[in-house]
Ligand binder design. Structure first.
Ligand code: HEC
Length: 285
């Protein structure tokens, strides 16, 4: 909360300062501030939470613009008109500046607020770059419509720019993860757990019953980190945790908590058989 108010104060001062007299210069500076904030949030939070915070940060600026600048200025202008005075042109100019900002921020904020559903966008180390590109897309898309509505042209280049930005975003959300992500390796000792006959079924069970919590970016409501750092998403991660899986979900009913994901007795037997077969050198007990 204090950070949101702080963000608004800095933004507001910048707009009101002489620096804000040049709209383009102001917009470029604001853009880089948003990029810095996006980066900062991703250093503090997981990707999912960082995007939600960034959305809240931007939405705060937008609503403060409406309540503290645009509406009061409008009231002054209306009062002047009613009283028969000529309103000072600066009120209209300021309101216009702020509503332009809001206009450009609308689409990115929608994206950030809904981003909970796009793990591909926030689940990478480049998530802050993706957020920065989404802010640019907000500008290219809105610029097209604004220009059309103002009847000042038909800037089709903005579509090209939007598509290019989108391609870069898609690339960033998948490719570098494949290139740079050092996937956890199966240690030699754990290898038999992957090659075991039962493994495909075990993997299905884990992915279906455990991974919503035990993931880098858990999908479970309210969970922001994998519990106890236990991630069960890849074959290697499953194999390397074989003994814990066996103890927590096979031999005992400790996991999942209160059996929220409804693991069946057969599935627990499967986990037990998988583990014991491997440690007993291929023989079931
Ligand atoms: C609803 C979310 C949820 C689901 C689903 C879930 N877990 Fe967990 N898991 C947790 C939480 C929370 C903890 C931390 C418990 C604690 O702090 O004692 C945990 C801890 C663990 C641990 C570490 C235990 C320890 O004390 O070190 C293992 C191993 C584990 N879970 C395995 C599993 C397996 C296997 C499944 C699927 C059969 C599963 N979990 C399903 C939430 C979940």
């Amino acid at each position: 909360m204090p950070l949101l108010a702080f963000g608004w104060i800095i933004y507001d001062l910048l707009c009101k300062s002489p620096f804000g007299n040049d709209n383009t210069r102001l917009m470029v500076a604001l853009y880089f501030i948003l990029v810095a904030v996006a980066w900062g949030y991703t250093q503090l939070f997981t990707g999912r939470a960082a995007f939600l915070h960034l959305g809240a940060f931007t939405a705060t600026i937008m609503s403060a613009n409406v309540f503290f600048i645009i509406m009061p200025n409008q009231r002054i202008v209306v009062a002047d008109l009613i009283a028969g005075r000529t309103p000072d042109a600066k009120y209209g100019r300021i309101a216009k500046q702020r509503s332009t900002h809001n206009n450009y921020l609308t689409l990115p904020v929608l994206f950030l607020m809904l981003s909970n559903h796009y793990p591909l966008a926030f689940g990478t180390q480049f998530n802050w770059i993706i957020a920065s590109l989404v802010f640019l897309m907000g500008v290219t898309i809105r610029h097209y419509f604004n220009t059309r509505h103002a009847n000042t042209g038909n800037p089709t280049w903005t579509w090209l720019a939007t598509v290019l930005l989108f391609i870069v975003i898609m690339w960033l959300s998948t490719v570098p993860k494949i290139l740079t992500g050092v996937p956890e390796q199966v240690s030699a000792a754990q290898q038999p757990f992957v090659t075991a006959e039962a493994f495909p079924k075990v993997r299905d069970t884990i992915l279906g019953r455990c991974s919503m919590c035990h993931a880098q970016e858990p999908g479970w409501e309210g969970m922001i980190k994998p519990p106890k750092g236990v991630v069960l998403e890849t074959d290697a991660e499953i194999a390397n945790h074989a003994r814990e899986i066996y103890l927590q979900a096979g031999r005992s009913h400790a996991m999942p908590p209160a059996n929220v994901t409804a693991v069946t007795d057969d599935e627990r037997k499967l986990l037990v058989a998988w583990y014991e077969t491997v440690v007993n050198g291929g023989k079931t007990q």
